[in-house]
Each structure stands twice: as structure tokens, then as C-alpha cells.
Design a protein around this ligand. Structure first.
Ligand code: ADP
Ligand code: MG
Length: 666
């Protein structure tokens, strides 16, 4: 007896639906993707009861003829690819031709469509019930397509049970729509939930895509904190087969352009989950562990442990370099050059974070983009009548100040209150190696040559209005210190708090890295009485591995027996009354750091970070000139906004936030 039979079309579709249609949000995703593929400029999404009783997606896209509409409900019917080769050059969201028949097989489904560019007088309406077409008729309709999905899984009780509470399903739908809204700011998007309008997002003109993204982000209620603009280009080696094919020809490795652009939280901005981490590959929202890793790697010391970036990044990869056909809902992608993508992405992040503080480079980077119109100088805050316009300007970083009038008498800063603004001296190099400058004379009037850095050859255009001006590029005025730790400052934007310990750690960390790089001997202070420290065997072996790095950092430790070490010098900033304790704690901390990176021999950066922990000044009372020097040194750092462990060094509360807190504004 023959036991093998071909499944009916209907059953086959329901099986496919099991993969494609996981939950109501998957239906929304497939329908919205179809609308986007059909070049819609307006999209309306309406749901009821978390999408279980109704999902309706209406677009003004290309629409379909009657024949196409009927065909679109057949399995493997698609207008998007023809041959298997096309799979490696996909520029549309869909390509499998599975979504419509799958969805229609597990719901009461209506397709209403009319071709946009045809003279046909009417549209087509098709009713499907659990996969069975029950009516096809002509009908009046606007150009475009409207798909209605009612009673999802009505014929699959088992699947119905798996649906969660309405609110959960709605949240999934809204999450997907957020992704779509971010990826397509040029498309107007309306979202109605249980007859209540949730969003009515206008189309944002596309010329300046970063600007458009920023606007969309704001319209979606994205945070107001500092978001940096990323625009990075690189070369991605072509996939292996392609390389092999070309190898015979010219002997050069073919490559494809790679691009990352979008928005990225400034150093110090982070979240406790990945909820605000949006990553797209060729405009498709994706999940990819390599990308997650690259993000953390790119942030490096600018992100605290167990914290995640806020970002909305678009990776543009040649379609041949990425496989989008590895997940039924196309949520995951696979790069042919995973490692190279990771490296390029983390480089893009790192460079963006670094240029945040190096305005010359930043301005140059922006100059590549459309030059933005220059802004008028910031409106004066009435509270600060004498505040000179900051050298770098609230209007954006403008590295060339040589042609500006001498501001020294404006910035000498006695503003009738009890302090002065700290002037901004432009760093010549990332960090000064020299011992801290002499505290400036009383009154804090600096020669104008310091206020005005030597002119750079090419004046760069000012940044676009939306780009945040880094906090350390606006003048800050010292107000006082709270709790022997938090330095209170004010800027023309509001209140600024500085964690003196975190700041000091950052300054020392970068100084140490520079010394390691230059392999110049770190200053160290000899102990009057060298100390011996005895360690358990395993710890001794571990410490032995770190000795070379430690010695280059100024920690004079040498072997003095199998598990005994002699400590005879310490870096000058380590102020400890108990050098033995210092060594024991250091070993513990290094071991803890080592567990995170899982190698015996720790990287120099890790060792430096750990040594920096012992920077004092947590609760040391610092005199005013010392604080001023600290801030100045911080300004010279490459990554001044976080300590080496990613904690923020500065917190800003602008006047708007203050007004909100005091109930003066909503
Ligand atoms: P795929 O998107 O993978 O091609 P679908 O089953 O989602 O498969 O859709 C089948 C076909 O129906 C599409 O290729 C497209 O030609 C057509 N189609 C679906 N939705 C729309 C729409 N909103 N507007 C115009 N055409 C559509
Ligand atoms: Mg589709």
C-alpha cells in the first residue's frame, strides 16, 4: 500500500504559516514589508485585541491587477525574484512568496487592491477563509492595497493558545513598527490600536538621511540625550568564492564598499538592556551576535559592565556579502565575512566616539556630508549676561577661531557670581604628558594665545543644529564640591556635575596608555622600606605574568622567592598607607578582570585600568586650582566622558530638565 501522499495546498500553507506566522506581530511585519516593497509612501496599520481579532494594513503602493492579486495568494508566487541567483542580490524585504498564502490559510483574510499606475476603473477584492477563496469581485477602491486579517489562527486552536495577553502581542507589534518607522522615515506611518491613534508620523523628507532619522527618532519619543551621528565607510573583502574566482585574474582581493551610518549614544549614555539598540542590515532589522559584540567592543571603556548602547545603526553591505535566507522570519542574517564586518563596525563606533571630543576631525567628517547652514550665535541666557560665546560655540564645533575677535576680556569671566568660567584650551595632543601645568594665577585670566588655538588650515563648516555640542567644549564655571566627591559646575546650558574620582581615573588611564605606547618609563616613587608580599601559589603564578606590564606602569614588583614578591616602588598617584594591602587588592582585582577576558596574561589596558582604580581623590579635598587642572586634563583626554570602566565622569542637567523638576515646565 502506498503511504506517501502529497499534502493539499491548504495544509502545506498552514505548515508554512507555522514558520512564518509566529504571532500577530509576524503578520504585521509581513504585510508592512509587502507595502514597503510596493513603494508605499503612506502606511496605516490598525489592530484590535493585540492583533488577534483584527490586523489591517493599508498602503498607497503599486497595487495589483486582478490576476496578480489571485496569484499573490498562491504559494511561491512572488514578483521579487525569478532565479536562485537572485537570492544573492536581494534588495526587497520579501522574496519567498510565502507570506500571503500562509497568513490567508490561518485567518479570515481580505485583500483589496487597485493598481496605482493603471487605467483600470476599479480594484479587486478577494475574500479567503482559512485558505479557501470564497469570493473574488471587482470593487471601488483607492489605488494601493489593503489587507485585512481577522481572527488569526481561528482554525488552529493549538496556535491560538500560544498567543499571549493582548498587551504583550500589541507590544511586539509596536516594536516591529518602531523598527520599520526608523528604517523608513520617508514613509508616513499611522498606527491605530483598539480604535485609538498611537502614532501619526509624517513622512520626513529624505535628502539628509541622518537628519531625517533624527527627526523620526524624536517623533517616536526617543530619548533627548546626546546622540552622535555615525557615518563611516570601509571596504569589506568579498565572499570567499568570489575572491577565488577573481584571484586568477588580477591577483587582487576584490572588495565591496561597506557603510555604517545612523545614531549612537554618546559616551556615558547607556541602557540596562538592548531594548534601545536598533541595528539594520540593508534596512532589514536584524539580530546578530557578532554585531552585538562589535558594539560593545567599539564602546570599549565608554560603556559600563552589563550596560548596553543606545543606537540606531544602518549597515550597508553588498547583497552578495550577506545571507538573509537563514531564518524563516528573516530576523537573523549571516555575513560571509563575519569577522571583517565586526571589525569595521567596532572601528566605526570607536571613531565616532573619539571624534565626539576631537572637534576638528568631527567637523572634517561632517564636511563630507552636506554642509549645514551656519547657525546664529546662541541666544544669551539672561542669567549670564557676561557669558562670552564659547570658543567652540553652542553653534557647533568650529576649530578655527583665529579669525574671531579676541575674547579674552569677555571670558575673564567675573560674572558677578562667585566664580569664573574655565577657559577651553584646545588640546594639541590627546593628552599632555607633561606634569600638570602650574595653577593659573588668581582671577584666572589667561593669555589670549591659550584661549585661541593656532589656526587649523581648513576651516570646517559648523555642525548641523541637531548635533550635540560636547559638554567639555562649552565653558564651565566651578561652583563648589559636594560630599568631597562631586564637583558642581555650571555652563550656559545648566548644571553640570563631575565625579572627581572617575575623572581622575580617566586622566591617569590615558596617561598610562600613552606611556605604554611610547614605552617611556612611568614615574614611580621608591618606597622607603621595600615590602615583601607572600601569595598563594596560584596567585603568585598569575601575578608573575603581569609583572612586565606592572613595572612599565610604575609598580615596582619583583620576584623574591617562589611565591614571594618584593614591592619597592609605586606610581606616585597611588597614595596608600599600606603597600602590602595595595598588592593584595591589586591581585584580586586583576584576577577578577581576568575572569572577564579569560586569559592568563592580561592586556595592558586591563592592567592599566585596574591600577587606575587606586587613583585617590575620591574623598580628597581638592583645592580650586587642582580641580581646574583636573577639568583641563580631562578636556585633553581622548574619551573624557567616561572613566576607564565606562562610568560617566560628567552628568549634565540642562535648564529644561531643571525647569521640569521644579514644575516650571511640562
Ligand atoms: P513575497 O513578499 O515574498 O514576494 P508575499 O506572499 O508576501 O511574497 O507576496 C506575494 C506577492 O504579492 C509579492 O511578490 C507582491 O508582488 C504582491 N504583493 C503583496 N503585497 C502587496 C502590496 N501591499 N502591494 C503590492 N503588491 C503586493
Ligand atoms: Mg512578502
Amino acid at each position: 500500500m502506498n503511504r506517501i501522499r502529497l499534502l493539499s495546498e491548504q495544509v502545506a500553507n498552514q505548515i508554512a504559516a507555522g514558520e512564518v506566522v509566529e504571532r500577530p506581530a509576524s503578520v504585521v511585519k509581513e504585510l508592512v514589508e509587502n507595502s514597503l516593497d510596493a513603494q508605499a509612501t503612506r502606511l496605516a496599520v490598525e489592530i484590535h485585541a493585540g492583533g488577534r481579532s483584527l490586523i489591517r494594513v493599508t498602503d498607497d503602493g503599486l497595487g495589483m491587477s486582478r490576476d496578480d492579486a489571485l496569484l499573490s495568494l498562491e504559494r511561491h508566487a512572488t514578483s521579487k525574484i525569478l532565479r536562485a541567483e537572485d537570492l544573492s542580490a536581494i534588495s526587497t524585504m520579501g522574496f519567498r512568496g510565502e507570506a500571503l498564502p500562509s497568513i490567508a490559510s490561518v485567518s479570515r483574510f481580505t485583500l483589496l487592491t487597485r493598481e496605482r499606475d493603471s487605467a483600470a476603473p476599479e480594484g479587486t477584492e478577494i475574500l479567503v477563509n482559512g485558505g479557501r477563496i470564497i469570493a473574488v469581485k471587482g470593487c471601488g477602491s483607492a489605488p494601493g492595497t489593503c489587507v485585512e486579517v481577522r481572527q488569526l489562527f481561528f482554525n488552529l486552536p493549538a496556535r491560538r493558545k500560544f498567543m499571549r495577553a493582548d498587551e504583550t502581542e500589541s507590544a511586539h507589534i509596536q516594536h516591529y513598527l518602531t523598527l520599520a518607522a526608523l528604517a523608513f522615515p520617508g514613509v508616513a506611518l499611522e498606527f491605530v490600536k483598539d480604535a485609538r491613534m498611537v502614532w501619526q508620523l509624517p513622512a520626513v523628507p529624505k535628502e539628509d538621511r541622518l537628519g531625517a532619522l533624527r527627526e523620526r527618532w524624536g517623533a517616536l519619543g526617543g530619548g533627548e540625550e546626546s546622540l552622535l551621528e555615525v557615518d563611516f565607510k570601509g571596504d569589506l573583502p568579498a565572499a570567499r568564492e568570489e575572491t577565488e574566482r577573481a584571484a586568477g585574474a588580477a591577483g587582487v582581493t576584490p572588495s565591496h564598499p561597506f557603510r555604517v551610518w545612523g545614531l549612537l549614544g554618546a559616551p556615558g549614555v547607556s541602557r540596562s538592556s538592548r531594548a534601545e539598540q536598533y541595528v539594520f542590515v540593508n534596512r532589514r532589522p536584524v539580530e546578530n551576535r557578532g554585531i552585538n559584540y562589535a558594539l560593545l567592543e567599539g564602546y570599549h571603556t565608554a560603556l559600563m559592565k552589563d550596560r548596553y548602547p543606545v543606537c540606531c545603526l544602518f549597515l550597508e553591505v553588498h547583497p552578495a556579502g550577506v545571507d538573509v535566507n537563514i531564518h524563516p522570519a528573516k530576523r537573523e542574517v549571516k555575513f560571509h565575512r563575519e569577522k571583517a564586518v565586526r571589525q569595521l563596525l567596532s572601528q566605526a563606533i570607536r571613531e565616532t566616539l573619539l571624534t565626539y571630543h576631537a572637534p576638528a576631525k568631527r567637523a572634517a567628517a561632517r564636511a563630507v556630508a552636506k554642509p549645514a547652514p551656519s547657525l546664529p550665535p546662541a541666544t544669551d541666557q539672561p542669567e549670564f549676561p557676561k557669558l562670552a560665546p564659547p570658543p567652540s560655540g553652542v553653534a557647533g564645533p568650529a576649530p578655527d577661531q583665529s579669525d574671531q575677535p579676541d575674547q579674552s576680556d569677555g571670558t575673564d569671566g567675573t560674572d558677578g557670581m562667585n566664580g569664573t568660567y574655565l577657559p577651553i584650551r584646545r588640546p594639541q595632543s590627546p593628552i599632555s604628558n607633561a606634569p600638570p601645568a602650574e595653577p593659573p594665577a588668581a582671577g584666572f585670566v589667561l593669555p589670549s594665545s591659550i584661549l585661541h588655538p593656532p589656526s587649523s588650515p581648513a576651516p570646517a563648516p559648523p555642525a548641523a543644529p541637531a548635533a550635540p555640542v560636547p559638554l567639555l567644549q562649552v565653558p564651565l564655571r566651578l561652583v563648589g564640591v559636594v560630599g568631597l566627591l562631586y564637583v558642581v559646575l555650571e555652563s550656559d546650558r545648566g548644571l553640570v556635575l563631575l565625579d572627581q574620582h572617575a575623572a581622575h581615573e580617566r586622566v591617569l588611564f590615558e596617561q598610562m596608555l600613552r606611556r605604554l605606547e611610547e614605552s617611556s618609563a612611568a614615574p614611580s616613587q621608591r618606597l622607603l622600606l621595600p615590602e615583601t608580599v607572600e601569595l598563594p601559589v596560584r596567585d603568585a603564578r598569575f601575578l608573575r605574568e603581569q609583572l612586565p606590564t606592572l613595572s612599565r606602569l610604575g609598580v615596582g614588583l619583583s620576584e623574591f622567592g617562589e611565591r614571594t614578591f618584593l614591592l619597592d616602588a609605586l606610581p606616585p598617584f597611588v597614595k596608600t598607607g599600606d603597600p602590602r594591602r595595595f598588592v593584595l587588592t591589586l591581585v584580586d582585582e586583576l584576577k577578577a578582570a581576568g575572569q572577564a577576558v579569560n586569559t592568563l596574561r592580561l592586556g595592558e589596558q586591563t592592567v592599566a585600568k585596574t591600577v587606575c582604580r587606586h587613583a585617590v581623590k575620591a574623598h580628597d579635598p581638592l583645592a580650586r586650582p587642582e580641580l581646574e587642572n583636573l577639568i583641563e586634563d580631562l578636556r585633553h583626554c581622548a574619551m573624557p566622558y567616561t572613566c576607564p570602566h565606562g562610568r560617566p565622569t560628567l552628568i549634565e542637567m540642562n535648564f529644561r530638565e531643571l525647569e521640569k523638576k521644579f514644575g516650571r515646565a511640562q
